[in-house]
Design a protein around this ligand. Sequence first.
Ligand code: SF4
Length: 475
Amino acid sequence: MTENGKPREECGVFGIYAPGEDVAKLTFFGLFTLQHRGQESAGIGVLDGKKYSLYKKMGLVNQIFDEEKISKLKGHIAVGHNRYSTTGTSNIKNAGPFVSRRKMETFIVAHNGNIVNAGRLKKVLERKGNKFKSTCDTEVVAQIIADSKHKDPAKKIFSTMYKIDGAYSLIIGTKNELIGVRDPLGFRPLVLGRLNGHYVLASESCAFPEIGAKLIRDIKPGEVVVINEKGIKSYQFSHKKRASFCIFEYVYLARPDSIMNTKSVYLTREKLGKLLAKEHPAKADIVIPVPDSSVPGAIGFSQQSGIEYREGLIKNRYIARTFIFPDQRMRELGVKMKLSPLREVVAGKNIVLVDDSIVRGTTVLKIVRLLKEAGVKKIHVRITAPPIKNPCFYGVDMPRKEDFIANNKDVEEIRSQIEADSLGYLSVEKMIEATGLSENALCTACFTGNYPLKGEFLKVLTKDALEQKGLSLPS
Ligand code: SF4
């Protein structure tokens, strides 16, 4: 979970195949733009056709890399990774990307998602004598690829995909290739771009303008793309009738300037706000967002309702992350330091407060109290998504089931607990409508409990993994 009480994406990945370019520097800028997808560690691995170099460390991208470090990463293929921890603890051993080597072959692997059968596969490899340096599922994937008997790197990747199960977008660098892979249901995003005749891969298209690249398309669910000196080749290793793209990317996780499945994240969020205003109108003087992620939703609400949009909360973007404070009292102070109400705008007003999600309910309660202390008369909380009730197994860090405020409370009970004057959540149907995609293209499990591949998927999770999320094994 992030310091603002929101679920968080686990990783951002970036890769480039560009002979003649400074691939390490381009990867640095790519990762810098993807910083919102992982803020605990970052790393860049570079291959030059013979050898590889790698630098990774705990911290933010621009704290880790400087000109000197980047200048030592020489080659024409680069793979970069920003990470939060979900599988494996947060330490340097679990920082990506991971390198696996067998004889003359090297694979540098960056992964976004969650390999649910990684524990079982690791045990099998350990019985065969493999040694692991981390507790991270990406290292398991890297070792399976390296152990494959196939000579052709693309075939090694194919055979690995038939073994691993779960949600994954992978970028893999080999001696002569850059390879991108998306799991059969396409839970996590992965896009392809073009830069001066070269190819780039990234978790989100927002990484491309920063380096002068243009978005070509999404990598398809179940697709492998192999990029080398001959160009790009696409292979489909799985054909499913449905996909399960994470709808929470549109609601909160992705950067608003990204395009996912050809849809603008920003415009989708505006649409969520418009549909919310239709479903849950309110009588108020102004609409304000919880900054920053709820700004487009609040603008949409304002456009639809005709209620004036104002900024009523100012976010201190440079404050230290509040979870570093040691105790609850200090954490509460942290939230106060992070968001300040604009008394001159909100005092004496009835307001609509738009947010994109409520997880535990503690953060929104603090915001409601802050606004009331600042003289707000009535607060109508409107959420641009349905209540979150279920944990995620597909690469997003969420609390245990019993920790969600909506787990055992109805909307009226939640309203009372967060001390709002009214509360409205967008319905599942309208959330899906806002994306412009069909239900069969999306995962909505944290809202609906409809886990894609329920039986198949959950049965590969260990009892421990399920219990961690507050669930039990399916019968
Ligand atoms: S469970 Fe929720 S957060 Fe996880 S992939 Fe599905 S929609 Fe996204």
